[in-house]
Design a protein around this ligand. Structure first.
Ligand SMILES: *Cc1c(COP(=O)(O)O)cnc(C)c1O
Length: 368
């Protein structure tokens, strides 16, 4: 089966094999692995030792997003979220439910947010202390200009939090060049091609320390994760982690390095996404966003408007031929979204496109 979904992604056999063992998380055989993973992801983020720290948290991406929000943004403080997709909606909801004062900026959902969108809003409202945004919008495939927006946030003297869940490891970002960024959040199961089960915030230690006591939750308190690490060691974890997932993640990071790190992964995903985009256009299927706005992570296309097209049956037909895609959409209009990420190559994309063509011809036979 080819898993062409936004995550968890297709993984390599070496990564899968690392899970087939029993491990005690606090055992001295495992602690160095956990500590090493934290160093490795900080390095990928361009973090600086002594300034940035990797704070892991059990659970899916929303858990680390909420923990970062609670740990870095004071209760009741104003936080600006540019709204241009399903994952921005989710971030706004979790910030609101955590009692932070969300200021939304509505933008079109077919282009990335830019510094020019954000700067005037910050200038108009000095009470906004933080900007939180999604790097790669996993509903539509657009990419927000996080480095550019970061510069505008810095010029305005505000702080930034980035949901890099579907971007980290593929899209470039260097924390050392972005002192305004308090944290980047991501998970084990997307562009780093590990198994799902743990999230990471690579965060500024000063910002985490400044937020101590405000999380309103022990489990979600990243300041407490830092205190625990400093007291018990960076190989120690507060509560039982998905330990096999971490063992597999260490192998996934070896494969990431062997491939050539972020630039190589970005190039492969870009080639995958381009192959899909061009392939769908050739099939007469309309992409959701223009080619210039098409990011390398997710390709979203409109569903055929022909009334004979039955999306659920289409997804099952693809699956019967070995291609698994997402069976729901998160755009306002009915779309099909396909992941260009995971352990897949442009050759795999061509194989998948052939399957799409067959299933489309079956769903919509040409009038005889
Ligand atoms: C996958 C994803 C998340 C987290 O989703 P979970 O299901 O909680 O892992 C958050 N933000 C973005 C942009 C994502 O792609």
């Amino acid at each position: 089966m080819m898993l062409m979904i936004p995550g968890p992604v297709q993984t390599r056999p070496e990564t899968q094999a690392a899970m087939a063992q029993d491990i005690a998380p606090w055992d001295h055989g495992f602690r160095p692995t956990y500590a090493r993973i934290r160093e490795r992801v900080r390095a990928i983020a361009g973090g600086i030792a002594g300034e940035h720290v990797t704070l892991p948290l059990q659970g899916s991406g929303h858990f680390i997003m909420e923990a970062a929000m609670r740990s870095l943004v004071p209760v009741g403080a104003k936080i600006l979220i540019p709204m241009n997709g399903a994952y921005a909606d989710r971030m706004a909801r979790l910030a609101r439910e955590a009692g932070r004062a969300v200021v939304t900026l509505d933008l079109p959902n077919t282009r990335g947010a830019r510094a020019e969108d954000i700067a005037p809003v910050l200038a108009a409202d000095p009470a906004i202390g933080h900007v939180a945004l999604v790097y790669s919008e996993t509903g539509s495939g657009i990419v927000n200009d996080v480095p550019g927006i970061g510069r505008a946030v810095r010029q305005a003297g505000r702080r930034m939090l980035v949901d890099a869940v579907s971007a980290f490891g593929a899209l470039p970002f260097n924390l050392a060049e972005h002192p305004e960024c308090d944290a980047l959040m991501f998970t084990s199961g997307k562009c780093l091609e590990g198994m799902p089960g743990i999230g990471f915030a690579v965060a500024r230690m000063d910002a985490i320390r400044a937020g101590a006591g405000q999380a309103g939750s022990w489990c979600m308190d990243l300041a407490d994760v830092l205190v625990h690490s400093e007291r018990s060691g960076f190989g120690s974890i507060r509560f039982t982690p998905p330990v096999q997932v971490l063992a597999a993640f260490d192998v996934a990071l070896d494969l990431f390095d062997a491939e050539g790190g972020q630039p190589a992964r970005h190039a492969r995903y870009r080639a995958n996404a381009d192959a899909l985009y061009d392939g769908f256009v050739a099939m007469g299927i309309k992409p959701y966003v223009s080619k210039s706005e098409q990011g390398p992570i997710i390709v979203t296309v409109h569903q055929p408007s022909d009334p004979r097209f039955d999306f659920a049956r289409f997804v099952e037909a693809l699956k019967a031929r070995g291609v698994l895609i997402c069976n729901f959409w998160t755009t306002p209009e009915p779309t099909i979204r396909i992941g260009a990420i995971g352990a897949l190559t442009p050759e795999d994309m061509q194989r998948a496109l052939a399957v799409f063509r067959e299933c489309l011809a079956e769903a919509l036979p040409a009038a005889a």
